[in-house]
Ligand binder design. Structure first.
Ligand SMILES: [Zn+2]
Length: 243
Protein backbone atom coordinates (compact mmCIF):
# COMPACT_ATOMS: atom_id res chain seq x y z
CA UNK A 1 0.00 0.00 0.00
CA UNK A 2 1.44 3.32 -1.15
CA UNK A 3 0.27 6.61 0.38
CA UNK A 4 -0.86 8.69 -2.62
CA UNK A 5 0.33 12.16 -1.56
CA UNK A 6 -0.96 13.74 -4.80
CA UNK A 7 -4.54 13.17 -3.65
CA UNK A 8 -4.23 15.68 -0.81
CA UNK A 9 -1.70 18.00 -2.48
CA UNK A 10 -1.40 17.96 -6.27
CA UNK A 11 1.36 20.59 -6.13
CA UNK A 12 4.06 18.39 -4.56
CA UNK A 13 6.82 18.01 -7.16
CA UNK A 14 9.44 16.40 -4.91
CA UNK A 15 9.37 14.27 -1.74
CA UNK A 16 11.38 11.57 0.04
CA UNK A 17 10.16 7.98 0.07
CA UNK A 18 11.34 4.45 0.83
CA UNK A 19 11.40 1.44 -1.52
CA UNK A 20 8.97 -1.20 -0.21
CA UNK A 21 8.99 -3.66 -3.11
CA UNK A 22 10.35 -4.54 -6.55
CA UNK A 23 8.31 -6.35 -9.18
CA UNK A 24 9.69 -8.86 -11.65
CA UNK A 25 8.99 -6.37 -14.45
CA UNK A 26 11.27 -3.84 -12.71
CA UNK A 27 8.35 -1.88 -11.26
CA UNK A 28 9.28 -0.01 -8.07
CA UNK A 29 6.88 0.17 -5.10
CA UNK A 30 7.28 2.95 -2.53
CA UNK A 31 5.81 3.70 0.91
CA UNK A 32 4.46 6.97 -0.45
CA UNK A 33 4.51 8.79 -3.77
CA UNK A 34 3.76 11.98 -5.68
CA UNK A 35 3.64 10.04 -9.00
CA UNK A 36 0.05 9.85 -10.27
CA UNK A 37 -0.75 6.44 -11.77
CA UNK A 38 -2.63 6.29 -15.08
CA UNK A 39 -6.38 6.16 -14.43
CA UNK A 40 -9.60 8.03 -15.06
CA UNK A 41 -8.36 9.30 -18.42
CA UNK A 42 -5.32 11.05 -16.92
CA UNK A 43 -1.89 9.66 -17.92
CA UNK A 44 0.54 8.67 -15.17
CA UNK A 45 3.54 10.78 -14.23
CA UNK A 46 7.08 10.56 -15.55
CA UNK A 47 10.17 11.81 -13.71
CA UNK A 48 13.08 10.37 -11.77
CA UNK A 49 14.12 8.90 -8.43
CA UNK A 50 17.31 10.34 -6.93
CA UNK A 51 19.57 7.97 -4.96
CA UNK A 52 21.80 8.97 -2.03
CA UNK A 53 24.91 8.91 -4.25
CA UNK A 54 23.26 11.41 -6.58
CA UNK A 55 22.59 8.96 -9.42
CA UNK A 56 19.08 8.82 -10.85
CA UNK A 57 16.57 6.21 -11.92
CA UNK A 58 14.39 7.54 -14.73
CA UNK A 59 10.69 6.69 -14.46
CA UNK A 60 9.04 6.32 -17.85
CA UNK A 61 5.53 5.48 -16.70
CA UNK A 62 3.41 5.15 -13.56
CA UNK A 63 0.59 2.63 -13.49
CA UNK A 64 -1.71 0.97 -10.98
CA UNK A 65 -0.92 -2.60 -9.89
CA UNK A 66 -3.24 -5.33 -8.72
CA UNK A 67 -5.52 -2.82 -7.04
CA UNK A 68 -6.06 0.88 -7.65
CA UNK A 69 -4.12 1.53 -4.43
CA UNK A 70 -0.96 -0.12 -5.76
CA UNK A 71 1.15 2.46 -7.55
CA UNK A 72 3.92 1.04 -9.74
CA UNK A 73 6.82 3.22 -10.90
CA UNK A 74 8.13 1.70 -14.13
CA UNK A 75 11.74 2.66 -14.88
CA UNK A 76 12.76 3.63 -18.40
CA UNK A 77 14.97 1.11 -20.20
CA UNK A 78 18.49 0.50 -18.87
CA UNK A 79 18.00 1.98 -15.39
CA UNK A 80 19.64 0.58 -12.24
CA UNK A 81 17.33 -1.10 -9.72
CA UNK A 82 17.14 0.28 -6.16
CA UNK A 83 17.34 -1.90 -3.02
CA UNK A 84 14.33 -2.66 -0.87
CA UNK A 85 14.42 -0.26 2.07
CA UNK A 86 16.47 2.31 0.15
CA UNK A 87 15.57 5.97 0.70
CA UNK A 88 15.04 7.97 -2.48
CA UNK A 89 14.09 11.51 -3.40
CA UNK A 90 11.21 11.54 -5.88
CA UNK A 91 10.95 14.13 -8.64
CA UNK A 92 8.06 14.26 -11.07
CA UNK A 93 8.25 15.99 -14.46
CA UNK A 94 6.43 18.98 -13.02
CA UNK A 95 6.13 20.92 -16.30
CA UNK A 96 4.28 18.01 -17.87
CA UNK A 97 2.15 17.28 -14.77
CA UNK A 98 1.09 20.93 -14.44
CA UNK A 99 -0.13 20.97 -18.05
CA UNK A 100 -2.08 17.78 -17.32
CA UNK A 101 -3.58 19.40 -14.18
CA UNK A 102 -4.65 22.44 -16.21
CA UNK A 103 -6.09 20.23 -18.96
CA UNK A 104 -7.84 17.92 -16.50
CA UNK A 105 -9.50 20.90 -14.79
CA UNK A 106 -10.53 22.17 -18.25
CA UNK A 107 -12.37 18.86 -18.81
CA UNK A 108 -14.41 19.46 -15.64
CA UNK A 109 -15.19 22.99 -16.84
CA UNK A 110 -16.35 21.63 -20.21
CA UNK A 111 -18.71 19.25 -18.40
CA UNK A 112 -20.28 22.29 -16.69
CA UNK A 113 -20.80 24.07 -20.02
CA UNK A 114 -22.19 20.88 -21.58
CA UNK A 115 -24.32 19.17 -18.88
CA UNK A 116 -24.69 15.85 -20.72
CA UNK A 117 -23.61 12.32 -19.73
CA UNK A 118 -19.90 11.76 -20.40
CA UNK A 119 -19.11 8.60 -22.38
CA UNK A 120 -15.32 8.94 -22.47
CA UNK A 121 -12.47 11.28 -21.68
CA UNK A 122 -8.73 11.50 -22.18
CA UNK A 123 -6.41 14.14 -20.74
CA UNK A 124 -3.30 15.04 -22.73
CA UNK A 125 -0.44 17.54 -22.55
CA UNK A 126 -1.38 19.26 -25.80
CA UNK A 127 -5.00 18.31 -26.21
CA UNK A 128 -7.77 16.61 -24.23
CA UNK A 129 -10.99 15.08 -25.42
CA UNK A 130 -14.34 14.55 -23.78
CA UNK A 131 -17.09 12.49 -25.41
CA UNK A 132 -20.69 13.32 -24.58
CA UNK A 133 -23.93 11.47 -25.09
CA UNK A 134 -25.27 14.29 -27.21
CA UNK A 135 -27.18 13.92 -30.46
CA UNK A 136 -27.86 17.63 -30.87
CA UNK A 137 -25.38 18.91 -33.47
CA UNK A 138 -25.90 22.58 -32.71
CA UNK A 139 -22.94 23.02 -30.33
CA UNK A 140 -20.69 25.79 -31.58
CA UNK A 141 -16.91 25.86 -30.95
CA UNK A 142 -16.78 29.61 -30.31
CA UNK A 143 -19.78 29.61 -28.00
CA UNK A 144 -18.54 26.66 -25.91
CA UNK A 145 -15.08 28.27 -25.74
CA UNK A 146 -16.55 31.55 -24.53
CA UNK A 147 -18.55 29.82 -21.78
CA UNK A 148 -15.51 27.82 -20.66
CA UNK A 149 -13.31 30.92 -20.55
CA UNK A 150 -15.94 32.75 -18.45
CA UNK A 151 -15.54 30.03 -15.78
CA UNK A 152 -11.71 30.16 -16.09
CA UNK A 153 -11.66 33.97 -15.75
CA UNK A 154 -14.04 33.98 -12.76
CA UNK A 155 -11.18 32.27 -10.88
CA UNK A 156 -13.36 29.88 -8.89
CA UNK A 157 -11.65 27.77 -6.22
CA UNK A 158 -11.15 24.06 -7.04
CA UNK A 159 -11.05 21.73 -4.02
CA UNK A 160 -11.56 18.13 -2.98
CA UNK A 161 -13.46 16.48 -0.16
CA UNK A 162 -14.45 12.95 0.75
CA UNK A 163 -17.94 11.52 1.15
CA UNK A 164 -19.23 8.08 2.11
CA UNK A 165 -20.72 5.57 -0.35
CA UNK A 166 -24.09 6.24 1.31
CA UNK A 167 -23.83 9.99 0.69
CA UNK A 168 -23.08 9.29 -2.98
CA UNK A 169 -26.06 6.92 -3.20
CA UNK A 170 -28.23 9.72 -1.81
CA UNK A 171 -26.94 12.10 -4.54
CA UNK A 172 -26.87 10.10 -7.80
CA UNK A 173 -26.81 13.38 -9.76
CA UNK A 174 -23.14 13.81 -8.84
CA UNK A 175 -22.16 11.10 -11.32
CA UNK A 176 -21.63 12.58 -14.78
CA UNK A 177 -19.98 9.62 -16.41
CA UNK A 178 -22.39 7.37 -18.26
CA UNK A 179 -20.23 4.24 -18.07
CA UNK A 180 -17.53 4.73 -15.43
CA UNK A 181 -18.71 4.25 -11.86
CA UNK A 182 -16.64 5.73 -9.06
CA UNK A 183 -14.62 3.05 -7.23
CA UNK A 184 -16.62 1.50 -4.39
CA UNK A 185 -15.66 -0.64 -1.46
CA UNK A 186 -13.23 1.64 0.36
CA UNK A 187 -16.23 3.32 2.02
CA UNK A 188 -15.34 6.76 0.77
CA UNK A 189 -15.46 8.64 -2.51
CA UNK A 190 -13.34 11.64 -3.46
CA UNK A 191 -15.27 14.60 -4.81
CA UNK A 192 -13.78 17.43 -6.84
CA UNK A 193 -15.69 20.72 -6.58
CA UNK A 194 -15.48 24.02 -8.42
CA UNK A 195 -16.77 27.28 -6.87
CA UNK A 196 -17.70 28.27 -3.31
CA UNK A 197 -19.31 25.22 -1.69
CA UNK A 198 -19.07 23.49 -5.08
CA UNK A 199 -21.65 25.85 -6.57
CA UNK A 200 -20.23 25.55 -10.10
CA UNK A 201 -19.63 21.78 -10.18
CA UNK A 202 -19.09 18.73 -8.01
CA UNK A 203 -18.24 15.24 -9.28
CA UNK A 204 -16.31 12.15 -8.14
CA UNK A 205 -12.74 12.16 -9.47
CA UNK A 206 -9.38 10.77 -8.35
CA UNK A 207 -7.20 12.90 -10.63
CA UNK A 208 -5.04 15.98 -10.13
CA UNK A 209 -6.40 19.50 -10.72
CA UNK A 210 -5.27 23.11 -10.31
CA UNK A 211 -6.52 24.97 -7.21
CA UNK A 212 -8.11 27.97 -8.97
CA UNK A 213 -9.77 27.96 -12.39
CA UNK A 214 -7.65 30.92 -13.58
CA UNK A 215 -4.60 28.62 -13.57
CA UNK A 216 -6.12 26.69 -16.49
CA UNK A 217 -5.19 29.69 -18.65
CA UNK A 218 -6.32 30.33 -22.22
CA UNK A 219 -8.06 27.30 -23.74
CA UNK A 220 -10.40 26.71 -26.64
CA UNK A 221 -12.42 24.03 -28.35
CA UNK A 222 -10.27 23.01 -31.32
CA UNK A 223 -12.68 20.56 -32.83
CA UNK A 224 -16.12 18.97 -32.40
CA UNK A 225 -16.50 15.54 -33.99
CA UNK A 226 -19.44 13.26 -34.49
CA UNK A 227 -18.78 9.84 -32.95
CA UNK A 228 -21.74 7.71 -33.91
CA UNK A 229 -25.33 8.90 -33.87
CA UNK A 230 -25.47 9.70 -30.16
CA UNK A 231 -21.98 10.96 -29.42
CA UNK A 232 -20.05 14.19 -29.87
CA UNK A 233 -16.33 14.43 -29.18
CA UNK A 234 -15.00 17.82 -28.01
CA UNK A 235 -11.27 18.51 -28.27
CA UNK A 236 -9.84 21.07 -25.83
CA UNK A 237 -6.59 22.80 -26.77
CA UNK A 238 -4.37 25.38 -25.09
CA UNK A 239 -4.15 28.91 -26.39
CA UNK A 240 -6.57 31.28 -28.03
CA UNK A 241 -9.03 30.05 -30.60
CA UNK A 242 -7.38 30.41 -34.03
CA UNK A 243 -9.06 33.28 -35.84
ZN1 LIG B 1 -10.94 15.31 -12.34
Amino acid sequence: MTTPLFREDAYLSTVEAKVTGLRTDGGILLDRTIFYATSGGQPGDTGHLERTDGSIIKIGETITGETKDDIVHLPAEGQAAPEIGEELVLHIDWKRRYRLMRMHTACHILSVVLPHPITGASVGEEESRVDFDLSDASADKAEVTEKMMAIVSANHPVFTRWITDEELDANPGLIKSANVRPPRGTGRIRLVSIGEDGAVDTQPCGGTHVSETQEVGEIHIGKIEKKGRENRRFRIRFGEMPG
